[in-house]
Design a protein around this ligand. Structure first.
Ligand code: GAL
Length: 404
């Protein structure tokens, strides 16, 4: 039994009020996949204090906060230099981190930060090697609620140096490094009482889903970096098969942050991207330019029905039920016996299978089912062998509340 499940069974047996404070805090961290915004996908190294405040303002103004987005996460490039005592300072883009965290908190939101276990972050800024507790204490003193911890230079700095050509020993070093920061965060938050979500970013190497939950990881990347184009998104989704059993309340597979509204994604692709992440019970961290978001992108990111699929409290990740030519059918079991069914045309140039015919048995359904089309809001009845025509890269996403 893993760490997260152990907590859940505790919660079933013990009245909430009787639990020690730290147990209550940890068990409620990331009970559903974290939702928020992260600076990297759109702003990369251009992120600054002003941009983070603007993002927080927009999360409130656009209704994203009401839809469930909570975390405002600063990614790489905030770091300055360490002083003589080893304390890390911000660079000139972030004049006062504590004031920024207070500002984000004043909006009823939470704030996240970024580092890594090596000497340098992926963008070449100072990371936490040999300063883990000092950095964890610093984040806690500023009031941070979330840490993304990115492997990067730990590979050459430590893994390849200390265990050249020994993959198994390298993996042990990597796990120990994440464990060290997890413990440092726990020690830091025991003093403040403000829990910090731990997000592991090591690109899905060495099956983090097998070991990250045990060391207190709340989410872990399952793939390399996402890019704002269909092929990247589709490659990522194709790598999620078989990982559903590792995900659940408090510990989630992370197929990377959202690219909704970025790059060359069409409206259909944006819809499909968002729906797929919901089926996968993925963290929903928007990565777009919020002050300049188009209304149709806002409509996608704030679709409460789709968000409800993602945030379903059963916490069961969905899976691909079957593939027929260029059409894929995905399903996700939901609380109270409900189900989400997604039909996706993954083909590039044509209407699905001229048209595609739904096979209810292969989708795990017996007999026709009535539900809601979550992108049109209309009632829809799924019948066996029904033809479904979808434009390229578009999706039909249906929630069936009462599965027969
Ligand atoms: C990558 C990571 C990205 C972003 C970037 C920052 O390794 O996967 O999501 O954090 O580093 O340098």
């Amino acid at each position: 039994m893993n760490f997260g499940r152990r907590f859940l069974s505790c919660l079933l047996l013990v009245p909430f009020a009787a639990l020690p404070l730290t147990v209550v805090a940890q068990s409620t961290v990331a009970a559903t996949p974290p939702m928020g915004w992260n600076s990297w996908n759109y702003f990369a190294s251009k992120v600054d204090d002003k941009g983070v405040r603007a993002a927080a303002d927009q999360i409130v103004a656009t209704g994203m906060k009401d839809a469930g987005y909570v975390y405002v996460n600063i990614d790489d490039t905030w770091e300055g230099q360490r002083d003589a005592s080893g304390v890390l300072h911000t660079n000139s883009k972030f004049p006062d981190m504590k004031a920024l965290a207070d500002y984000v908190h004043s909006k009823g939101l939470k704030i996240g930060i970024y580092s890594g276990p090596g000497t340098k972050t992926c963008a070449g800024y100072p990371a936490s090697l040999d300063h883990e507790q000092q950095d964890a204490d610093l984040y806690a003193s500023w009031g941070f609620d979330y840490l993304k911890y990115d492997l990067c230079s730990f590979i050459p700095d430590v893994m390849e140096k200390q265990a050249p050509h020994d993959k198994a020993a390298q993996m042990k070093l990597m796990i120990a490094a994440y464990d060290k920061m997890s413990k440092a965060l726990k020690a830091a938050t025991a003093k403040t009482g403000r829990p910090i979500v731990l997000s592991l970013c090591q690109y899905g190497w060495d099956s983090p889903w097998e070991w990250a939950p045990e060391l207190g990881g709340n989410l872990w990347r399952t793939t390399g970096d996402i890019e704002p184009r269909w092929q990247s998104m589709y490659d990522i989704v194709s790598q999620q098969s078989g990982l559903d059993k590792y995900s659940g309340p408090g510990h989630w597979n992370d197929p990377d942050m959202l690219e909704v509204g970025n790059g060359e994604l069409s409206l259909a692709e944006n819809r499909t991207h968002f729906s797929w992440w919901a089926i996968l019970a993925a963290p929903l961290l928007a990565g777009n330019d919020l002050p300049n978001m188009k209304p149709e992108i806002k409509a996608i990111l704030t679709n409460k029905d789709v968000i409800a699929i993602d945030q379903d409290t059963l916490g069961k990740q969905g899976k691909r039920a079957y593939t027929d030519g260029e059409v894929e059918v995905w399903t996700r079991e939901l609380q109270g016996g409900a189900m989400a069914v997604a039909v996706v045309n993954v083909g590039s140039d044509r209407t699905a299978n001229h048209p595609f015919h739904l096979d209810l048995a292969k989708a795990g359904l017996s007999g026709s089912q009535t539900g809601k089309d979550l992108w049109t809001g209309k009632e829809v009845t799924l019948t066996d062998n029904m033809p479904i025509e979808l434009p390229s890269h578009d999706i039909l996403l249906v929630r069936v509340d009462h599965v027969k």
